[in-house]
Design a protein around this ligand. Structure first.
Ligand code: MG
Length: 151
């Protein structure tokens, strides 16, 4: 899959324009996703020097994105569509916020297996029993509501 990944609030804590503290397992998970054959694009509101700082930060941790704010390195921003051609976006502004990176990894694996149920994807992590025991959060309840057609 082509996976677009936000930077601030997703890979590091949100301290834009500074680079925040690392978010646990973000880099490790993204490196594993690359090993699994996925193409990673950085997709950030950062531009120019700020964008380069984010790219350099990731490269200093051994993570090299295929392209940043582009579909491929040679794409010309002047003529390209503004729409990024990604299969999946990982962004802290998603509905429900940013799950733990372990959950993100297992959710992507579930998608690859052809899983389509919202709850099964979100509960694919080995943590699911711990999550189930906890009071169900808004995100999970919302998914169940859609699956049960109770909206
Ligand atoms: Mg963000």
């Amino acid at each position: 899959m082509i996976i677009a990944v936000d930077f601030d609030g997703t890979i590091v804590e949100h301290e834009y324009p500074k680079i925040g503290k690392p978010i646990a397992f973000a880099i490790e998970t993204l490196l594993q996703l690359q090993k699994d054959g996925h193409t990673l694009l950085m997709w950030s509101v950062r531009e120019g020097k700020m964008l380069q700082e984010a790219v350099d930060y990731c490269e200093s941790k051994g993570l090299k994105f295929f392209a940043a704010n582009k579909n491929y390195p040679e794409e010309d921003p002047a003529t390209a569509s503004r729409k990024l051609n990604a299969d999946l976006f990982i962004d802290d502004r998603n509905l429900g916020g940013l799950p733990d990176w372990g959950v993100i990894y297992h959710a992507i694996k579930a998608l690859e297996r052809g899983e389509t149920s919202f709850e099964n994807i979100m509960m694919a992590s080995g943590e699911n029993q711990r999550i189930r025991r906890r009071k169900k959060n808004f995100f999970i309840r919302l998914g169940e509501m859609f699956e049960n057609n109770k909206y």
